[in-house]
Design a protein around this ligand. Structure first.
Ligand SMILES: *[C@@H]1O[C@H](CO)[C@@H](O)[C@H](O)[C@H]1NC(C)=O
Ligand SMILES: *[C@@H]1O[C@H](CO)[C@@H](O)[C@H](O)[C@H]1NC(C)=O
Ligand SMILES: *[C@@H]1O[C@H](CO)[C@@H](O)[C@H](O)[C@H]1NC(C)=O
Ligand SMILES: *[C@@H]1O[C@H](CO)[C@@H](O)[C@H](O)[C@H]1NC(C)=O
Ligand SMILES: CC(=O)N[C@H]1CO[C@H](CO)[C@@H](O)[C@@H]1O
Length: 216
C-alpha cells in the first residue's frame, strides 16, 4: 500500500501544474520530481514565487550539485545571462525557467546514473532602485535518484495487486453484509407485523408504557 500515497501526491502535483498553467498569474511552488531515468532529460523544477515587494527586484539563481558524501559545487548560474561552470554536466544543462524568474528550473540532458545526488537552487533577489539594496534569498534542495529503467519496482506492483484484492474482498463483504442485513430486516418486519395484531389485543395501559414520553 506504500506506493499508493506517493501516487496520490504525484497526481495532485500534476493537477497543480495543470492548474498553474491555466492561470499563469498564479504562482504555485510545486516540488520537483526526485526520480529520473537514465538517458532521458530531467527537469529540475525550482519555483520561488515572488512576494509583492520582490516584484521590482532582480533575480539571480545559482545551481549547485552535491554528490553523495561530497560537497556543493556550482554548476549553473543565471543572472541576466547564463553562466555554466565547468563540471561533468558541461553541455548538458539547459535553462528551463520562466521570463519572470519565478520558475528558475534547469534541465539536465541525457541523465546518467552518476547524476544522482543533491541539487540545490539558491535564489537571490535584489532591489534594483534602492540605496540599501536589501536581498531576499531562498533555497531549495532536490534529492535526485537516477534509475536504470523506467517501470514499476517490485514492491509497488505487489502493493497494487494487494490493493485490488482488498477492493474485491471489501466489495464482496459489503454485498454479503447487505444481503444478510436485508434478510434480517425483512424477517424482523414480518415478525413485527405478526406481533402487531397481538399488540392491538394488549390493553391500553400497557400501550402507554411503550410510548415515547411526551414533554409538556
Ligand atoms: C547519452 O550518454 C551516453 C553515455 O554518456 C551516450 O552514449 C549517448 O549517446 C548519449 N545520448 C544522447 C542522446 O546524447
Ligand atoms: C561515474 O563515476 C565513476 C567514478 O566517479 C566513473 O568511473 C564512471 O566512469 C562514471 N560513469 C559515467 C557514465 O559517467
Ligand atoms: C544556499 O542558500 C542557503 C540559504 O540562503 C545557504 O544556507 C546555503 O549555504 C547556500 N548554498 C550554497 C551552496 O551556497
Ligand atoms: C413477537 O411476539 C412474541 C410473543 O408475543 C415474542 O416472543 C417475539 O419476540 C416478538 N417478536 C418481535 C419481533 O417483537
Ligand atoms: C527551453 C526548454 O528546455 N524548455 C523545456 C522546458 O521543459 C518543458 C517540459 O517541462 C519542455 O517541454 C520544454 O521544451
Amino acid at each position: 500500500m506504500a506506493a499508493v500515497l506517493p501516487r496520490l501526491v504525484c497526481a495532485s502535483s500534476v493537477a497543480l501544474v495543470v492548474w498553474a498553467g491555466f492561470c499563469s498569474a498564479v504562482c504555485v511552488e510545486v516540488p520537483s520530481e526526485t526520480e529520473a531515468v537514465q538517458g532521458t532529460h530531467m527537469k529540475l523544477l525550482c519555483i520561488s514565487c515572488m512576494k509583492r515587494e520582490e516584484v521590482t527586484a532582480s533575480t539571480m539563481v545559482e545551481w549547485f550539485y552535491r554528490p553523495d558524501g561530497g560537497k556543493d559545487e556550482p554548476i549553473y548560474k543565471y543572472e541576466k545571462k547564463i553562466h555554466e561552470f565547468p563540471s561533468r554536466f558541461s553541455g548538458r544543462l539547459q535553462w528551463n525557467g520562466s521570463k519572470d524568474m519565478q520558475d528558475v528550473s534547469i534541465t539536465v540532458l541525457n541523465v546518467t546514473l552518476n547524476d544522482s545526488g543533491i541539487y540545490t537552487c539558491n535564489i537571490t533577489r535584489e532591489f534594483e532602485f534602492e540605496i540599501h539594496r536589501p536581498l531576499f534569498t531562498s533555497s531549495r534542495e532536490i534529492h535526485l535518484t537516477v534509475v536504470e529503467e523506467a517501470g514499476e519496482d517490485f514492491t509497488s506492483v505487489i502493493s497494487e495487486i494487494m490493493m485490488y484484492i482488498l477492493l474485491v474482498f471489501l466489495t464482496l463483504w459489503l454485498l454479503i453484509e447487505m444481503v444478510y442485513c436485508y434478510r434480517k430486516v425483512s424477517k424482523a418486519e414480518e415478525a413485527a407485523q405478526e406481533n402487531a395484531t397481538d399488540y392491538l389485543a394488549i390493553p391500553s395501559e400497557n400501550k402507554e408504557n411503550c410510548a415515547v414520553p411526551v414533554e409538556e
